[in-house]
Write a protein of this length. Structure first.
Length: 437
């Protein structure tokens, strides 16, 4: 048993006891009151879901196991001579709640390398798909095809005690995360580069190998991949991809079913597709204004956009009420590596003028940029110009967070998720009863 797995096993008992104590002593305590508006509005902000690996504060932004993104950029281990933390170290943190050493992170990476080879049947599945099939469809199908090798499904059929569910789930999660970079790279190369295959480099880390296998061998792009895969990894449990993984997993579906379903949600225009929509809009803005606009031109253009009943893509967030720390991390990367890039200049100028315009417009709850306002521009700068693939990068990253939580969900015996739904007639009856009272 690996050291990581042993450490995780040691944490299960105390966490189970913690759950039992909370439920026994405070199970009836209200932690949020559902309103009719929340019922009709997508269950927004109802506090009724357990998610250990991260939490999103409206004013502080995302915290991974209690740490902000700037704190993690300082604390998580980096390879010598590199600028961004290893995602292997972030996975260790999300799973154990402890900051790893560089040795710990490298051990996770070595474990993933041993599990990374794709089976022949999966390669045949990918080769059978139309090359113009959307990359996210191919990505989801590839993950689902690997279900054939699920250790959880196999051991569940054979019969196992529920307190041991976490063990094969851990193995499935490690197997699938290990394979995601090569799956993503093969899809990219067959869709856009004539199906040229680039073998992984055993000397490279998990994120750098993804960059290498799509044909971009630049140290700063390796760092961008590490940054991208870190900051997109988790965003508490209520977003569509995380919630989908949690919901499907609660039926004791294995990690392959759960992650594939999560990727189907991530592919939606209101979730993971947003970064490419922002990039298209920035390029259209530059086309309409003849290149890099002045701030006066940009101000008029943004007002015209809002007055025309449209939105400014990349601005606003369902929960955040400040500039997204993930946006700030990407901005700092851009200032270091591509300060004179035309599209970055436009992104930077929008950041200076858009919040004030949105505040004056008065309809946006949050006038600040989110993560999607920046990520596409960085990828485009390094030559990844195929927008439809951007959500696959997002999917590789998001797997780290939602699958580490999936292990915990099985370790602590979280039950089948089954919220109570109501009808409009029931709601109207409650309103009438309250009025009589």
């Amino acid at each position: 048993m690996s050291a990581l797995k042993e450490k995780f096993q040691a944490k299960i008992g105390p966490m189970r006891e913690r759950y039992q104590k909370i439920l026994k002593e405070h199970g009836e305590m209200k932690i949020g009151d559902s309103t009719i508006a929340q019922t009709y509005g997508g269950m927004r902000s109802i506090k009724c879901m357990l998610w250990e690996t991260s939490a999103l504060d409206p004013n502080e932004g995302i915290r991974f196991r209690g740490f902000t993104i700037p704190e993690l950029q300082a604390k998580l281990p980096k390879l010598p001579g590199t600028g961004e933390p290893l995602p292997e170290g972030l996975f260790y943190l999300l799973l154990l709640g402890e900051i790893p050493t560089l040795e710990d992170a490298l051990a996770v990476g070595e474990d993933w390398k041993k599990r990374a080879q794709l089976p022949d049947y999966l390669l045949k599945v990918l080769d059978s798909l139309p090359q113009d099939l959307h990359p996210m469809t191919q990505f989801s199908l590839a993950i689902l095809a690997l279900q054939k090798d699920s250790k959880f499904a196999s051991q569940y059929r054979a019969g196992m005690h529920k307190l041991t569910y976490w063990d094969p789930m851990y193995e499935d999660v490690m197997d699938i995360i290990a394979k995601l970079p090569e799956i993503a790279a093969r899809i990219y190369m067959r869709c856009y580069k004539g199906a040229k295959y680039i073998a992984p480099d055993p000397k490279l880390d998990w994120a750098a190998n993804l960059a290498h296998q799509i044909g971009i061998d630049k140290p700063d792009f390796y760092d961008l991949m590490r940054l991208y895969l870190d900051i997109h990894s988790d965003h508490e449990g209520g977003n569509v991809s995380a919630h989908t993984c949690h919901l499907v997993g609660s039926a004791l579906s294995d990690a392959y079913y759960s992650l594939s379903a999560a990727m189907d949600g991530l592919a939606g225009p209101l979730h993971g597709l947003a970064n490419q929509e922002v990039l298209r809009w920035i390029m259209d803005t530059m086309k309409d204004l003849g290149g890099v606009p002045t701030k006066d031109q940009l101000t008029k253009y943004l007002w015209d956009t809002l007055n025309g009943g449209k939105v400014i893509p990349g601005y606003g967030h369902a929960v955040l009420r400040k500039t997204d720390p993930r946006y700030v991390a990407q901005r700092e990367f851009a200032l270091k590596h591509l300060p004179d890039y035309d599209m970055f200049k436009v992104v930077s100028d929008i950041y200076e003028v858009a919040p004030d315009i949105l505040l004056k417009h008065g309809k946006a709850k949050n006038p600040w940029p989110n993560v999607d306002a920046h990520s596409g521009v960085l990828l485009y700068y390094y030559g990844v110009t195929e927008y439809d693939f951007y959500t696959v990068f997002f999917g590789v990253s998001r797997a780290i967070g939602i699958l580490s939580q999936l292990i915990w969900s099985r370790a602590t015996g979280l039950p089948l998720e089954r919220p109570k739904s109501v009808t409009t007639e029931w709601i109207e009856a409650q309103i009438a009863a309250a009025a009589k009272a």
